[in-house]
Write a protein of this length. Structure first.
Length: 86
């Protein structure tokens, strides 16, 4: 996958994950970063724990993997940020 594909995948996955977790987007840049990091995390989770393939390209399966990973990353992000604020 090229860098543009990763950015598009990250943007869509980050946006969907942020809507699932806290009902609002985190902003364009943070959505992209969370989505791309989430794609790596999701690929690791699916490969390591489920024995399935990680991100394989710009397709529906890869989007699902990236969204699952982005939700995990976003939950950790909110846990860390909330913990620092208190």
């Amino acid at each position: 996958m090229g860098i543009l594909s990763w950015i598009v995948l990250g943007l869509i996955a980050g946006f969907i994950a942020s809507k699932l977790v806290n009902k609002t987007g985190e902003g364009l840049i943070l959505d992209i970063v969370l989505g791309v990091v989430g794609a790596f995390v999701g690929g690791f989770i699916f490969t390591r724990f489920f024995g399935a393939a990680g991100v394989t390209g710009l397709n529906i399966y890869s989007m699902f993997v990236a969204v699952v990973g982005a939700v995990v990353v976003l939950l950790l992000y909110h846990f860390i940020v909330r913990r620092r604020a208190t």
